[in-house]
Design a binder for this molecule. Structure first.
Ligand SMILES: [Cu+2]
Ligand SMILES: [Zn+2]
Length: 196
């Protein structure tokens, strides 16, 4: 009896350890070449530096995409406490103080703005973020209508004009046109540079 119990337990520990190691090596830094022969799921990661209107860095946004979709992990400081709209815009340039160079909402499908609009949302529309009393934010939001994995589709963020991530002064109401009544841009980061 004792022998039978011992052997399966030992084997289980071994299998678990192997799984753990595998997961770590699969974690998505840059483009994963299929180097080690195994059928590894594709994943991609882009780190974006966020700048305030004076073009000083205030944090980072990491876009990571795997078979489970794309998410944006934002870590920033120096923002006004409260709710802020955040979107992907359709030009990859962040010139302060207005950030008009970042263009308008990324909208390859010719939709209307907002999750609550019947013809929405823009592919670049994102959930509002909540900034704490100290002016910091640490959050992760889904960006399920865009991709950094497949450059051939219209929802790819790798466009000729480039793309950027913008944080606004106010909350997005998810319905007002053209951009949710979210106020002026207060932070900007380039996701992809314009081509030439
Ligand atoms: Cu915006
Ligand atoms: Zn929009």
């Amino acid at each position: 009896m004792k022998r039978w119990a011992f052997i399966p337990l030992f084997m289980m520990v071994f299998v678990l350890a192997a799984c753990g190691a595998d997961e770590e090596s699969g974690g998505g830094a840059e483009e994963n070449g299929n180097g080690d022969g195994a059928a590894e799921a594709p994943s991609e990661e882009i780190e974006v530096t966020m700048y305030d209107t004076e073009e000083e860095p205030i944090g980072t946004a990491v876009l990571s995409e795997s078979e489970n979709g794309l998410t944006i992990a934002l870590e920033a400081e120096g923002l006004e406490p409260g709710e802020h709209g955040m979107h992907i815009h359709d030009a990859g340039m962040c010139e302060g103080p207005t950030f008009e160079t970042a263009g308008s909402h990324f909208n390859p499908t010719d939709a209307s703005h907002g999750f609550d609009h019947e013809d929405g949302p823009h592919a670049g529309d994102l959930e509002n973020i909540e900034v704490a009393e100290e002016g910091t934010v640490s959050t992760e939001v889904p960006a399920e209508n865009v991709t950094i994995l497949d450059e051939e589709v219209e929802t790819s963020l790798m466009t000729d004009s480039g793309t950027s991530l913008i944080i606004h002064s106010d909350a997005d109401d998810y319905v007002s046109q053209p951009s949710g009544d979210a106020g002026d841009p207060v932070a900007c980061g380039v996701i992809s540079e314009p081509q030439e």
